[in-house]
Design a protein around this ligand. Structure first.
Ligand SMILES: Nc1ncnc2c1ncn2[C@@H]1O[C@H](COP(=O)(O)OP(=O)(O)OP(=O)(O)O)[C@@H](O)[C@H]1O
Length: 265
């Protein structure tokens, strides 16, 4: 077993993030960009655990460190201090090639700008994680993907390329791609930022359903109170620190708290 430094042990037994019901964990995370007078502290002493199967929103004003936190948890950026686990894997100890495999096999991404490959059709985009991994889906995986395509309403569009689809359809393809490998954790970065409010609500409902129905763990970065209101849990960041950890909330409750945070700043 990989040694899990920083995790407390009971009577000599290692307690892993999985034992704690967590799908990801960061401990004493710090991130500084630059050095000397121009240094920017993006994250300071952040310790959180994301619970398996939950839809967690990470909220906070612009510049509060949301994207930095997500990128570090996803192995896209490295911290200045602290440790990060995805499942029981210590991400901070992985080589670049192991990080690439972790991102490919155990993490899914949904971006504001969809990030579909323009030359591939819907099927090609959804199958991309398997292509990159140099393998074909097993029978059971293919059945899961076919089910996703159906339930996301993409079956009649399967041979279409991204430019032939609406924004909402493109984001549904991105969600199907993110869920295709049944990753430990899906990271969504402002997934409704480029969508009108009705289409945005549909996309959020799909993410919430992936979590409630299939137990998919999701971490979504947003500054939109309506988006965050679809999540089971909301973590608030301000100036690189976690300042609040709350359960499901209404958009009004979230807006009120955000406003109070901005006024206090
Ligand atoms: N590559 C970088 N070099 C220097 N500073 C950076 C870099 N990336 C982020 N920062 C700084 O780190 C802080 C946190 O940025 P981050 O992008 O994580 O915030 P955010 O909450 O995601 O903001 P937004 O909602 O505007 O996307 C900001 O002060 C930002 O200017």
């Amino acid at each position: 077993m990989i040694a899990l430094r920083g995790i407390p042990s009971v009577e000599g037994m290692q307690i892993t993030p999985t034992d704690l019901g967590l799908i990801a964990r960061v401990v004493s995370l710090g991130k500084q960009y630059g050095t000397g007078a121009g240094a920017v502290t993006a994250l300071e002493d952040v310790s959180i655990g994301l619970r398996r199967g939950e839809f967690t929103a990470i909220m906070g004003p612009s510049g509060s460190g949301k994207s930095t936190l997500m990128h570090i948890m996803a192995g896209l950026d490295s911290p200045t201090s602290g440790r990060v686990w995805v499942g029981d894997t210590d991400v901070t100890e992985l080589s670049d090639s192991a990080l690439t495999l972790l991102r490919r096999r155990r993490v899914g991404f949904v971006f504001q700008s969809f990030n579909l490959v323009p030359t591939l059709d819907v099927r090609g985009n959804i199958m991309l994680p398997f292509e990159l991994d140099g393998r074909r889906p097993a029978t059971e995986e293919q059945a899961w993907i076919d089910g996703l395509v159906d339930s996301l309403g993409l079956a009649s569009r399967i041979r279409h390329r991204p430019h032939e689809l609406s924004g909402g359809q493109q984001q549904r393809v991105a969600i199907a791609r993110a869920l295709a490998t049944r990753p430990d954790l899906v990271f969504a970065d402002e997934p409704t930022g480029n969508l009108d409010s009705r289409t945005g609500r549909e996309v959020l409902a799909l993410l919430a359903e992936a979590s409630s129905r299939y137990g998919q763990s999701i971490a979504m970065v947003t500054h939109d109170p309506v988006a965050a209101s679809h999540a089971d849990r909301i973590l608030y960041l301000a100036d690189g620190r976690i300042v609040r950890d709350s359960g499901r909330s209404t958009p009004e409750e979230i807006s009120t708290y955000m406003l109070a945070m901005e006024q206090a700043a």
